[in-house]
Ligand binder design. Structure first.
Ligand SMILES: [Zn+2]
Length: 109
């Protein structure tokens, strides 16, 4: 495993340019809020951006390596499997619920 040193973690309240979430690969539109990690990975500076709910999933993933931009929004791989089995919900409905969740989380900060 490569060594990754996190230098800074912050909440961006309103993005000024479009970013792509490092967890799910989804876009983070201009003017929305997200989490930004600045790190050094293999000697290079990187900025990573996350949807608030994806940052949560990253935390729950417990520092395990993950497939960059290949995860489901706001879910670890395990949680996504469980979710599909339990609810059989459509991904569209899921994303609508997440929006509400992300707003609540940011208000609580
Ligand atoms: Zn995401």
């Amino acid at each position: 495993m490569s060594y990754c040193q996190v230098l800074d973690t912050r909440t961006v309240k309103k993005t000024r340019s479009i970013h792509y979430c490092d967890w799910c690969g989804g876009d983070i539109p201009i003017g929305s809020s997200c989490f930004k990690f600045v790190n050094i990975y293999e000697g290079n500076f990187n900025s990573q951006y996350f949807h608030p709910e994806c940052e949560d999933a990253l935390t729950r993933n417990g520092g395990e390596e993950y497939a960059i931009k290949c995860n489901h929004r706001g879910k670890t791989e395990e949680e996504w499997d469980d979710y599909k089995q339990q609810l059989g919900d459509s991904e569209d409905n899921y994303l609508k619920k997440l929006k509400t969740y992300a707003d609540l989380k940011l208000e609580a900060k």
